[in-house]
Design a protein around this ligand. Structure first.
Ligand code: PMP
Length: 412
């Protein structure tokens, strides 16, 4: 049965089996980072137990095995994103580093004074600040697609911002602050019609729905392993092959060169050109096993389960007096962001913590979203495949307790 299956899935995550402050741990901070199934933890451990060596340089047995594991991880990600070839996958420390890679390599080579970069009003700081830095260096200009009261992109405004000066559109697939799922394929088609490239920040998308970069037709797609049940310090950039091949290096060092002399160095082919230094080899092994784990469950089934819990949670929160959901888009994923009359999100988070419930409170690295809604921050419950309706029930009970303590709104 589905219920039995969910119990099994929760058991795959040892950290969730503990009590916190004498209460069952209710982990609802998956947008910040997800917990890791045993198989991921075991894979990293086994790498260090049996396979550890540096990659690409060794002639010896262990080095070859480590290289094979690392390159198998690349192929696993290729399949996961349905990229056309594994050379299109560059390993990074995560989303932030992948966006910086594109900004410093592609951006520096392709942006000039007066060129326009379109972002949206719901971007995470990591998809704003690298472009600001690049704009300062190149004279490019940032344009921002506004969001409506439900937290959806204003697509008419987007259309009117696009033009012959647009070089890049950098957009979240799913908003970490609102849960909005953006119409990426449509955004890409319109950008390509004016000759602009599109970078998609998939940090909050890859764990919640199947992603197909060829169907989206995007030029760059980035994500973090740690939000996908994988290790911290892992992630990837997908970049269209011809684009990546034309991009200059951004970090110099070992592993990214072909030849080095004091007069001149030549660079390795892609993707090695963008992987200077010893990478997180064990982390890549762990990330590959995390992807295998979600693939075995099925992204479609994970999405269906999370959508059911999201719908249950939305209904439950809407019944709480004095609660306002921030982000009520027609198409949402995994995120319940809200404010309460008379209770600061941080105070709510602290009271929920005494009940063993982990949420996030604050601006969620998306300050412009908070400004747009005229609030200092929100309380955010973010879901993963192991969350259930009973986690929502615990959250709602915790909110009622906070309201009782603050002598706020009476329950209806
Ligand atoms: N973009 C979005 C939408 C995010 O939610 C996050 C993480 N909160 C990031 C980018 C940055 O990811 P990381 O810190 O793993 O680099």
């Amino acid at each position: 049965s589905l219920a039995a299956e969910r119990v099994q899935q929760a058991q795959d995550f040892p950290i969730l089996q503990q009590s916190v402050r004498g209460k069952r741990l209710v982990y609802l901070d998956n947008g910040a980072t997800t917990q890791k199934p045993s198989v991921v933890i075991e894979t990293e451990r086994n790498f260090y137990l049996n396979d550890n060596a540096n990659i690409h340089r060794g002639v010896h047995w262990l080095s070859q095995r480590a290289t094979d594991i690392y390159e198998a991880g690349r192929e696993q990600i290729r399949g996961f994103l349905n990229a056309a070839r594994s050379e299109e996958i560059v390993f990074t420390r995560g989303t932030t580093e992948a966006i910086n890679l594109v900004a410093y390599s592609w951006g520096r080579a392709n942006l000039a004074s007066g060129d326009e970069i379109i972002l949206s009003g719901m971007e995470h700081h990591s998809n704003i600040v690298p472009w600001q830095l690049m704009a300062e260096q190149t004279g490019a200009v940032l344009k921002v697609v506004p969001i409506n009261d439900r937290g959806e992109l204003d697509m008419d405004a987007y259309r009117s911002l696009l033009g012959s000066k647009t070089r890049l559109v950098a957009i979240a697939h799913v908003s970490n602050a609102l849960g909005t799922v953006n119409p990426v394929a449509d955004i890409v088609a319109q950008a390509h019609a004016v000759g602009a490239k599109v970078l998609v920040d998939g940090a909050q998308a890859v764990a919640h729905q199947a992603v197909d970069v060829q169907a989206l037709d995007c030029d760059f797609y980035v994500f973090s392993g740690h939000k996908l049940y994988g290790p911290t310090g892992t992630g990837a950039l997908y970049a269209r092959y011809e684009l990546l091949r034309a991009m200059p290096p951004w970090q110099g060092g070992g592993d990214m060169i072909r030849t080095v002399s004091f007069e001149r160095s030549t660079y390795a082919d892609v993707p090695q050109r963008f992987e200077a230094g010893t990478p997180n080899i064990a982390g890549v092994a762990g990330l590959a096993s995390a992807i295998a784990y979600v693939q075995a469950l099925g992204m479609g089934r994970i999405a269906a389960h999370e959508q059911a819990v999201l719908a249950y949670g939305t209904q439950a929160l809407l019944r709480v007096p004095g609660l306002r959901l921030i982000g009520t888009a027609a198409h949402k994923a995994a995120i319940l962001s809200f404010v309460l009359d008379g209770i600061h999100p941080h105070d709510l988070g602290t009271i929920l913590d005494t009940e063993g419930i982990a949420i996030r409170a604050g601006h969620h690295c998306a300050m412009p979203v908070m400004t747009r809604f005229g609030i200092p921050g929100t309380a955010r419950a973010s879901l993963a495949l192991y969350n259930t309706e009973s986690d929502i029930d615990a959250l709602v009970a915790g909110i009622h307790k906070a309201q009782d303590m603050f002598g706020g709104k009476k329950r209806s």
